[in-house]
Design a protein around this ligand. Structure first.
Ligand code: NI
Length: 230
C-alpha cells in the first residue's frame, strides 16, 4: 500500500532526524510524529530550550522532592535514598528508541562500577502516567536492571517531580495512528547521597563515560548511617 509505505518512510525520516538531534543537547526525544499546530510546537521548543539552558548553566536548583508510586505499588519518597547516588531518568515506556537506549546505558554504567555499583540507585520516572501504570512499569523496568525502580503517579505529582528536574515534556497527538507520542528532554541526572544535583548527561553519553563520572562520587559516598548520625 503506497500510503503506508509513505508513512513508514516519513517515520524513518523523523527517526533519522531524531538521531541527529541526539548529538545536540536538547532532544525532543520521542515525538517523531509532530501533529500539533506549528505555533504550539514553536512555543514548546522555546520553553524546552530555556529549560535546557537553566540546567546547563546552573541557573536553577535541580531536583527536589519526589512523592510517587513505584512499580510494585508502594508510595516512595526521595529521602528514602539518602546515602546512595541517584541516577534519575524521565521518560516513557512507549518511547521507541531514546528512552530504552538511555536506560540501558544507565544499567551498563552501574554494572561497570562493579561492587561500587551497589551505591547507585537507578530511577525511571514516567512522564506518561496515563499509560505507564504500576502494572505496566512492573513489566518494563526489570528488562533493564534488576534494581531499577520505576515511578509513576497522578499527572500532577509527575509534573511536580519533572518541574523540579527542569524536564520538558509535551504530548504530541498523532492523528494518523489515533495515538500520541511525548516530546521530552532526555537527560540522565546524577544526584549525590544528600539529594544534591551533581550533573546531567545528554542522550548519547556512553556507559563508560557515565561510569567514570560516577566512580569518584561512589567512592567518596558516606553511607546513610553516617549521614543520619548515631
Ligand atoms: Ni523517550
Amino acid at each position: 500500500m503506497p500510503r503506508l509505505a509513505a508513512e513508514l518512510r516519513s517515520v524513518r525520516k523523523m527517526m533519522r532526524r531524531h538521531a541527529r538531534l541526539v548529538g545536540a543537547a536538547i532532544v525532543l526525544a520521542c515525538g517523531f510524529a509532530a501533529g500539533g499546530p506549528p505555533e504550539q510546537g514553536q512555543i514548546g521548543r522555546e520553553k524546552a530550550a530555556r529549560l535546557m539552558e537553566d540546567l546547563m548553566f546552573g541557573r536553577v536548583k535541580v531536583g527536589g522532592p519526589l512523592a510517587l508510586i513505584d512499580h510494585t505499588g508502594r508510595q516512595r519518597a526521595d529521602h528514602e535514598w539518602r546515602g546512595s547516588l541517584l541516577l534519575v531518568y524521565f521518560g516513557y515506556t512507549f518511547c521507541p528508541d531514546v528512552c530504552p537506549t538511555d536506560l540501558l546505558t544507565m544499567a551498563k554504567a552501574i554494572d561497570a562500577l562493579g561492587d561500587l555499583g551497589a551505591r547507585v540507585q537507578p530511577i525511571f520516572i514516567t512522564i506518561d502516567p496515563e499509560r505507564d501504570t504500576v502494572t505496566h512499569l512492573a513489566g518494563y523496568v526489570p528488562n533493564f536492571h534488576p534494581r531499577l525502580i520505576g515511578l509513576t503517579g497522578s499527572p500532577a505529582d509527575v509534573r511536580a517531580a519533572a518541574d523540579g528536574y527542569r524536564v520538558h515534556y509535551a504530548r504530541v497527538e498523532d492523528r494518523r495512528f489515533n495515538d500520541y507520542q511525548i516530546d521530552h528532554s532526555a537527560f540522565i541526572y546524577l544526584m549525590n547521597g544528600e539529594g544534591v544535583f551533581l550533573g546531567a548527561f545528554p542522550p548519547g553519553t556512553t556507559a563508560a563515560r557515565l561510569a567514570s563520572a560516577m566512580r569518584p562520587h561512589a567512592e567518596q559516598l558516606r553511607p546513610a548511617a553516617m549521614l543520619q548520625g548515631p
